[in-house]
Each structure stands twice: as C-alpha cells, then as structure tokens.
Design a protein around this ligand. Structure first.
Ligand SMILES: Nc1ncnc2c1ncn2[C@@H]1O[C@H](COP(=O)(O)OP(=O)(O)OP(=O)(O)O)[C@@H](O)[C@H]1O
Length: 254
C-alpha cells in the first residue's frame, strides 16, 4: 500500500448557494479499502460523482494513477481503470447474465482497438473477452445461471451481477455507492464477503451506512460532514476521534 491510486485536491462542488462538496483533498493508496461515511446530505454521493466524472467540479482536481483526469469523460475513466458501480438499470433484463457481463467487458476493450486493426484483432479480442467473461462469472458465482435472462435473477443475484459488470471492466479502483442498500443483514454480510473476496487485489472506495460493517472491513475511513472532510484515518482512529463522535457517531443515526 505505498503508491497512490487516487487523489483529489481541493475538490469542490456548488449547486447554486449550496456547497455540497467543500475543498476535499483525499488520497487513496493502491490496494486500499476506503470507506466514506457521513450523515445524510454530507456530500458522499456527490464526491463519488466528481471522481467518476458524472459531475464536473466547481473547483479542484482529480488525479488517477498520477494523471489529472478532471476533464476526462466518464467512459474514458472506466477505460483507464476507474470502475464505477452499475445500478440495476444498467443491467439489460432481456439479455442473459453472460451477455451482460460480456457487454461490460467489451465496453472497455473496444476503446483499445484501432478500427483499422479491428479486422485482424477481432478474433484475439473475442477470445480475451470470452475468457474474461468466464472468469467474472466464476468470481461472482453466477456461472450456473449464465444463460438465464438477467431479469429472472433474484434481487441478491442481480446485485452480484452488478458487481460482475464492474469487475468485467478490469478496474484498478472500484467505486461502490451503497452496494448493500435494501438488503437484509444476512444478504449484506454475504455481499460484503463477496466484495472482499473479488476485490482483494484492487482498491475500493465504498459508501456504506452500516457503521459496524465499515469499521470491520475498511483499511481507512473518511468522514464527511456538510461537504467537508471531518477526519480520515484507520477504523480505530475514527472510532476514537472526538470530533467524529460529536458530529456523527454519537449523533442520531438513520
Ligand atoms: N444535482 C443536485 N442539485 C442540487 N443539489 C444537489 C444535487 N445533488 C446533490 N445535491 C445536494 O447536495 C448535498 C449533498 O448530497 P449528496 O447526495 O452528495 O449527499 P450524501 O452524503 O450522499 O447523502 P445520502 O447519505 O443521503 O445519500 C445535499 O444537500 C443534496 O440535496
């Protein structure tokens, strides 16, 4: 955990008079599991959207693997290894599980292939994508359901498929915004185990409301309040931080 995979410098987002993200400077190390917590409206999702490129910052810089990507288009960020969670709406219900994973894998490979070379490289690209699709299906434990329509999957399996779609893009850093939303505590635990397992050699940024879970799985935690970074540290440091306790952990939880 020595290299820095992601850095934000003075990241700020204003919506009219509201400053949703206020001068946030984060640094995530290679291989790190970083959680972002904070009360409702603290700016967690907006911070993620600035990092993935879904929103443009009012000020500040985003650096990924040492390069300034502040003005890089979202799909190109994915191509560079910045994986973002696909919401359920990104799963094509009428396609099979395998076809969905394949499409996600293709979405990054197609950018790499120069059109004039495509004719000659298609076969290799095809083999590579087929192999990657198989690997991902195995990792998410859906190989037995690969030929079923995605819409036929149970809720928990659809969430697994969403994770598979991120993995298929072969990301260095994965951004997951409440991947366990709407799950029972049993499903939450199973999903976190899966995330831990399949993302063990990648970096992860996670927004999660279950504080006990966050304390257990994170290398480091960043606490946001009213758009500002209140603290960043190990779970132990965060648990013992008086400011955090006053502002958040000791306060009313949802
Ligand atoms: N597109 C937008 N236009 C205007 N205001 C917005 C927009 N997106 C977010 N906000 C506001 O910015 C603030 C931060 O919102 P954000 O969704 O980032 O918080 P959050 O920490 O993710 O909250 P939650 O835990 O409820 O998901 C909130 O006050 C929200 O109402």
């Amino acid at each position: 955990m020595t290299e820095t995979v992601l850095e934000t410098d003075g990241l700020t987002k204003r919506f009219g008079k509201l400053t949703a993200v206020d001068d946030v400077s984060l640094s995530v190390a290679d291989g790190e599991f970083r959680s972002v917590i904070g009360p409702n409206g603290a700016g967690k999702t907006t911070t993620f959207n600035l990092i993935t490129g879904a929103l443009s910052p009012s000020a500040g810089v985003v650096r990924f693997k040492g390069e300034d990507i502040t003005d890089v288009a979202p799909h190109e960020r994915v191509g560079r290894g910045l994986g973002r969670s696909f919401q359920i709406t990104n799963v094509f219900g009428g396609l099979t599980v395998r076809e969905n994973v394949r499409l996600a894998a293709q979405s990054v490979h197609s950018d790499e292939i120069n059109p004039s070379e495509a004719l000659f490289r298609d076969k290799n690209g095809f083999d590579e994508i087929t192999e990657q699709t198989g690997t991902v299906l195995e990792q998410i434990g859906l190989q037995d359901r690969a030929d079923e329509h995605a819409e036929a999957l149970a809720y928990g399996d659809q969430r697994r498929l969403e994770l598979g779609l991120v993995l298929a893009t072969d990301p260095d850093l994965v951004m997951l915004d409440e991947p366990t939303a709407g799950m029972s505590s049993e499903e939450t635990q199973a999903t976190m185990n899966l995330i831990d397992e399949v993302l063990s050699d990648r970096s992860l940024m996670l927004i999660e409301h279950d504080i006990d879970l966050v304390m257990r799985v994170s290398d480091r935690i960043t606490v946001l309040t009213r758009g500002e970074e209140l603290a960043s540290g190990t779970p132990e440091e965060i648990a013992n931080n008086d400011d955090v306790r006053d502002a958040y952990l000791g306060g009313v939880r949802e």
